[in-house]
Design a protein around this ligand. Structure first.
Ligand SMILES: *[C@@H]1O[C@H](CO)[C@@H](O)[C@H](O)[C@H]1NC(C)=O
Ligand SMILES: *[C@@H]1O[C@H](CO)[C@@H](O)[C@H](O)[C@H]1NC(C)=O
Ligand SMILES: *[C@@H]1O[C@H](CO)[C@@H](O)[C@H](O)[C@H]1NC(C)=O
Ligand SMILES: *[C@@H]1O[C@H](CO)[C@@H](O)[C@H](O)[C@H]1NC(C)=O
Length: 414
């Protein structure tokens, strides 16, 4: 009976399906006519009967589409998805911020928006001044645990004591509020740029294991879990000089790096290339005595800026390169690049393994002028994503971090 059901159903519905076939054909014809009308409206000189209002409409849409095409290019893995999902996030995403802990021992809210850890300060400030904040935990998609340790460190608190303070604070939230236990913290996150923050939270395995960590040092040795955690871009703001871009004729140096030799790869980089005539590699940080803003000027004059991993957190150079319009050359065996799941880094940077350091010049010289121009133009397009603002502006570093959090909350929705 069941076996023949399909056939019977087909036989029984034969006349009507013929009818619906005719209907479909008619529908198709209408559709064709409509799309033809639309296309001719869009691309050819308008027929006299078309109203002015419709024309203006079509032109506005065209202009918007063109702007979109300029903005949402292949620098994104999925430009279309990003555009729509980002808009959705702006409309819907809500975050509940837990209250700060004891202000005498634990300063959760950094106020400093400058220096190496500015990203942390900006995030704390931005989330409070943004539309994403909600005071109603029932409306929240995610819960923000405000843990910030660098002020504790400033007071000379030991790592052990910092760990205890963080532990007491988080355990206090777990016992006081019902939200952690619902998902075992999977819809909770914290943000720390300073590596002391990373270390201080390590005393609480359930925090590290379950909640989303947004950290500036996304390498495996700090327990970074790519599908769960978020790489926070380290940006040293304010920038000393304005953003670079569309200045290719001024970029006459092939590659540039100046810094401390505080990691194995940096030692090798300096040793192999320090006297090269095309690569500008100085095995010492350029001191202020050399001249005002000499370091930053070199970023303007170089095509490629080498970003080797340092002793610990060290992505500020990447953000510097992006800002000054110099293609970052990532020289690291593992580094989870910020917004890696949204942006296609190969479209605006050169990602190499540490072993490539010996062929660095050949690799960079192998990149054609046309390829370089494409990389440079794409780099200018991502600059806005690596810039913090207060108040935050659309598509800036804050919004990109929020978007990364938004992507993660889908998998753990309570
Ligand atoms: C750590 O905490 C203990 C107990 O509160 C205190 O006696 C000690 O001085 C603290 N040490 C540091 C370095 O903060
Ligand atoms: C959450 O679970 C922990 C461990 O079972 C418990 O100690 C705590 O009281 C719970 N929190 C709430 C608000 O019930
Ligand atoms: C190139 O450098 C010169 C001298 O520093 C500067 O005046 C000029 O504006 C630069 N050109 C571009 C396109 O930035
Ligand atoms: C670079 O030049 C300095 C000074 O002449 C010299 O001491 C050093 O050995 C050179 N390094 C390499 C890798 O050739």
């Amino acid at each position: 009976m069941q076996m023949t059901f399909g056939k019977q159903a087909l036989q029984q519905s034969s006349p009507s399906s013929l009818f619906s076939l005719r209907g479909s054909l008619l529908f198709l014809a209408i559709l064709t006519l409509l799309s033809f009308t639309y296309l001719s409206l869009k691309y050819s000189t308008p027929a006299p009967q078309v109203s002015v209002a419709k024309l203006v409409d079509a032109r506005v849409n065209d202009a918007e589409e063109e702007k979109d095409e300029e903005q949402f290019t292949d620098i994104y893995h999925s430009p279309h998805v990003f555009k729509l999902n980002y808009a959705e996030m702006e409309k819907k995403f809500k975050v509940y911020i837990y209250p700060d802990g004891d202000p005498n021992t634990f300063f959760q809210t950094p106020r400093k928006l400058t220096g190496k850890y500015a990203s942390e300060g900006y995030f704390f400030q931005n989330i409070r001044e943004s539309r994403f904040r909600t005071d109603d935990p029932d409306q929240a998609d995610l819960f923000f645990i405000p843990i910030s340790c660098h002020k504790m460190r400033g007071k000379g608190t030991s790592y052990e004591n910092m760990t205890i303070i963080v532990q007491n604070y988080v355990e206090g939230l777990i016992s006081k509020y019902p939200y952690w236990n619902r998902t075992l913290g999977a819809d909770h996150f914290f943000v720390t740029c300073h590596d002391v923050g990373v270390r201080a939270t390590e005393g609480l395995p359930l925090l590290v294991k379950n909640s989303i960590r947004a950290v500036c040092s996304p390498s495996y040795d700090v327990g970074f879990i790519p599908h769960k955690d978020v790489a926070l871009p380290q940006v040293l703001q304010p920038f000393a000089l304005p953003a670079g871009g569309n200045d290719i004729e001024n970029r006459t140096t092939l590659g540039f790096w100046a810094g401390h030799r505080n990691s194995k790869i940096r030692v090798i980089l300096a040793r192999v290339w320090e006297n090269d005539t095309e690569l500008d590699i100085s095995n010492n940080r350029i001191s202020r005595a050399t001249g005002h803003l000499v370091y930053q000027q070199r970023f303007y004059r170089s095509k490629f800026c080498i970003c080797p991993g340092g002793s610990q957190v060290n992505s500020a150079r990447i953000a510097d390169s992006i800002h000054y319009g110099c293609i970052p050359v990532i020289l690291s065996n593992y580094y989870d690049l910020p917004f890696n799941d949204i942006l296609d880094w190969r479209k605006f940077s050169v990602v190499l393994k540490e072993n490539d350091v010996y062929q660095l010049k050949q690799i960079l010289k192998g990149i054609s002028h046309a390829e370089f121009v494409t990389l440079h133009n794409n780099l200018v397009k991502v600059q806005r994503h690596f810039q913090w603002n207060s108040p935050p502006v659309q598509f800036d570093a804050f919004h990109m971090v929020m978007y990364d959090l938004w992507l993660r909350q889908h998998t753990i929705k309570y």
